[in-house]
Write a protein that binds this ligand. Structure first.
Ligand SMILES: N[C@@H](CCC(=O)N[C@@H](CS)C(=O)NCC(=O)O)C(=O)O
Length: 238
């Protein structure tokens, strides 16, 4: 299996934490959609996963969107417990919180993008609208932490992983958004979670270091990838 990612993407980080947590055998391939790397995902987005299972038709080997990929990875054989519970009520609660966390990352990425392009769409009102999505979701999630350390149930799930990645993405790209004021319990919880090894190892601030270490798309011999170039992340919005 190969996961195609950029080190600054909160969606990819969620998957990379999950891979480490479950000790799955996945090759992480560093790509840069903004610098012309040719991607298998027709949407031109990362992360995406290639299963490399010769028993499957080629089209079925490609998995796109991190929320599809979390479910796929969680179902892979592992000695570690599931990060998406099987019981329906908890399962959908976890998936819903994962979607909220990704929504926080979407709103943050949209603001980063808007600041980089000259867009009349990106008025002050539009920025406020994006920030309100983030703040209201954080306030809502802050209430979820009242009874237990984890967001759902009594062990870590994809909901926790996704939210830590999304909140750290705000800190990384929009540190001026003081989300901590709107989620004091979440703030304390976040600081504690962030110290865990898998989050430290996937810190987007390590991107420069990582680009030397990770496998680059341009180094993989494949006829479909022969136009690949570069691995920097200077243009990335994520
Ligand atoms: N919903 C998608 C979002 C993925 C996404 O937006 N990825 C960004 C990087 S963080 C991307 O590839 N952007 C390039 C583009 O949109 O062209 C997921 O969860 O995988």
């Amino acid at each position: 299996m190969k996961l195609f990612f950029t080190p600054t993407s909160p969606y990819a980080r969620k998957l990379r934490v999950l891979i480490r947590q479950k000790q799955l055998q996945v090759t992480e391939v560093l790509v840069n959609p903004w610098q012309g790397d040719k991607l298998d995902n027709p949407l031109g987005k990362i992360p995406y996963l290639l299963q490399e299972n010769p028993q499957l038709p080629e089209a079925a080997q490609l998995l796109v969107d991190s929320r599809v990929i979390t479910q796929y990875l969680d179902q892979q054989p592992s000695d570690h417990s599931l990060l998406i519970p099987e019981e329906n009520a908890m399962r959908f609660q976890v998936l819903s919180i994962e979607a909220m966390a990704d929504g926080i990352a979407d709103a943050t990425a949209a603001m980063v993008m808007a600041m980089r392009v000259d867009s009349e769409f990106a008025s002050e009102k539009w920025f406020d609208w994006q920030q309100q999505k983030i703040i209201k979701t954080i306030e809502w999630l802050d209430h979820q932490l009242q009874d237990s350390f984890w967001l759902v149930g009594d062990q870590m799930t994809v909901a926790d992983v996704a939210l830590v990645c999304a909140l750290d993405f705000i800190n990384f790209r929009r540190p001026d958004i003081s989300w901590q004021q709107h989620g004091p319990s979440l703030h304390e919880w976040f600081d504690c979670c962030l110290k865990a090894k898998h989050f430290v190892d996937t810190d987007p601030r390590l991107a420069d270091w990582l680009s030397d270490k990770a496998i680059c798309l341009s180094q993989i011999p494949s006829p479909t990838n022969n136009q690949a170039s570069g691995n920097g992340d200077s243009e990335s919005t994520s």
